[in-house]
Design a protein around this ligand. Structure first.
Ligand SMILES: C[S@@+](CC[C@H](N)C(=O)[O-])C[C@H]1O[C@@H](n2cnc3c(N)ncnc32)[C@H](O)[C@@H]1O
Length: 255
């Protein structure tokens, strides 16, 4: 077929229902260990299970770690271990994943982490630090050369503090990649918060709590996105994958 220069062509937007499922179906299947963690998470922590990272995110984390030949990874927000195992799955045999959680979102996540993530194939590479995340980031011992990949996936109001601590302590290796999850916050980050609120909560009190949490976190994510994107020390790419994933690297040569 020939290209015609007399016809205007605009591609339709990919942001519509069904696209994520299509991507899942046309990607390598979720590895069996990650799939087991996902199933157990929905069984044991049903109310908050959907904060677990997804099939595509797991594939992406594994691919990035593998192609970077990363040696040391750090995760902020372990939950049931899906992200930690996805990171570990891409490591060279002498690699490590340190993951931090205080299990404030759901205490029951700890059991799933210990039972399914630590006992999985790459489990021996993973160390759990049970601590409040900001304290842990301030105290954590840095491996030789720093962390090659840091995946931040915890409470959004602290995202900028996590970012500043990582930068100030120079926790990231010179070629390292820093990834923040949920940086679109259900789309609300891009729409002044009001648009897509979750329509759940069984009582008025629960709905009020959810509304407040949703809007506070949307505001925090929006401020975070703006500040990081304007930081001359780094280059930032916000990807519309799942709930938004922001990739940050130090500028070449460092500032
Ligand atoms: C979205 S989940 C993490 C999901 C996980 N990264 C994955 O890939 O499935 C967020 C986790 O961060 C933890 N968290 C939230 N705020 C925290 C804090 N201030 N300190 C430590 N952990 C925290 C919660 O307990 C929860 O388990």
């Amino acid at each position: 077929m020939h290209h015609r220069k007399d016809i205007t062509f605009t591609k339709p937007s990919i942001y519509r229902p069904g696209i994520e499922e299509y991507c899942d179906a046309n990607s390598a299947p979720q590895n069996a260990q990650l799939s087991a963690i996902t199933t157990l998470t929905y069984e044991r922590c049903p109310e908050w299970a959907n904060i677990i990272s997804s099939h595509l995110q797991g594939n992406l984390l594994t691919a990035l770690v593998r192609s970077m030949r990363a040696r040391h990874c750090l995760e902020v927000g372990a939950f049931t271990g899906h992200g930690a195992v996805a990171l570990a799955a891409g490591l060279e045999p002498d690699g490590t994943v340190t993951t931090i959680d205080d299990f404030s979102a759901d205490e029951r996540a700890r059991e799933v982490f210990l039972e399914a993530a630590l006992t999985s194939g790459p489990g021996p590479m993973i160390t759990l630090v049970e601590q409040q995340a900001l304290t842990a980031l301030r105290e954590i011992e840095m491996p030789d050369g720093g962390f090659d990949l840091i995946f931040v996936d915890a409470d959004k109001p602290n995202y900028f503090a996590y970012y500043e601590t990582i930068m100030e302590r120079d926790l990231l290796s010179p070629h390292g990649l820093l990834i923040f999850d949920n940086t679109l916050w259900g789309g609300a980050a891009a729409a002044d918060g009001a648009s897509a609120e979750p329509d759940v909560g069984e009582t008025d009190e629960a709905r009020r709590w959810l509304h407040e949490m949703w809007t506070d976190w949307a505001d925090a994510v929006r401020v975070f996105n703006q500040k990081v994107c304007q930081d001359p020390r780094t280059v930032t790419t916000l990807l519309p994958l799942r709930d938004g994933m922001t990739l940050v690297q130090r500028v070449r040569g460092g500032v």
